[in-house]
Write a protein that binds this ligand. Structure first.
Ligand SMILES: C[S@@+](CC[C@H](N)C(=O)[O-])C[C@H]1O[C@@H](n2cnc3c(N)ncnc32)[C@H](O)[C@@H]1O
Length: 185
């Protein structure tokens, strides 16, 4: 994790992986925030991280889950960020992790057992991605900021789904939304 943090700092000025203002608290704001997913769920099968950016939470989870049987796919359309992710996979010797440098909406359906997304889009705008890429009994773990309750209310107007909220361990006003069975309302 230290090596990953060092590389995030090194590459950040060139490709803006995280907001420069948050670099001082990389460990708490980004790494611990991403790692908390691993304390909420024990994964197996195929895990898909959408809009991985610099690897949050995808690379953090890949590091934590190296010894488990989980297979991870990181989807990131920005070519330079995807190159960074591939470099991290090589440098950290992460196995069973791949990067798709494509748009989420263009990738063939992934039938994921689990999906994560952090700082990617509003819950309403994430719904088509979940419908496309979740397996029928799959679950999504959506890392949401302080407006999560409003986002949930808005998404319920156009979509049917089951949702359970987990209070964030790094910000008591934020939440991880566990979403399953999404479909058009
Ligand atoms: C705000 S960043 C968040 C990155 C990371 N998840 C994090 O928490 O730091 C959103 C990322 O999603 C990627 N992205 C946005 N829309 C996408 C799409 N339709 N398909 C693939 N990647 C997308 C962007 O290139 C960007 O790297």
């Amino acid at each position: 994790m230290d090596l990953y943090a060092a590389q995030l700092r090194r590459w950040n000025p060139r490709i803006n992986l995280v907001s420069a203002a948050t670099l001082d608290d990389l460990a708490g704001r980004h790494l611990a925030d991403s790692a908390q997913i691993a304390s909420v769920i024990e994964p197996d099968g195929h895990w898909v991280d959408l809009g991985s950016g610099g690897g949050l939470p995808g690379i953090v989870l890949s590091i934590l889950w190296q010894d488990l049987g989980v297979r991870l796919t990181l989807v990131e359309s920005d070519r330079r960020k995807a190159a960074f992710l591939r470099q991290m996979i090589r440098e950290l010797s992460l196995s069973r992790v791949r990067v798709l440098a494509e748009r989420i909406e263009s990738v063939d359906p992934l039938a994921a057992d689990n999906i994560s997304a952090r700082a990617l889009a509003s819950l309403t705008n994430l719904m088509p991605y979940l419908v496309r890429h979740l397996a029928p009994d799959g679950r999504a773990w959506l890392m949401k900021g302080r407006s999560w309750a409003e986002e949930l209310e808005a998404a319920r107007r156009g979509w049917a789904f089951t949702c359970r909220s987990h209070t964030s361990r790094t910000d008591p006003d934020a939440a991880i939304l566990e979403v399953s069975r999404p479909s058009h309302a």
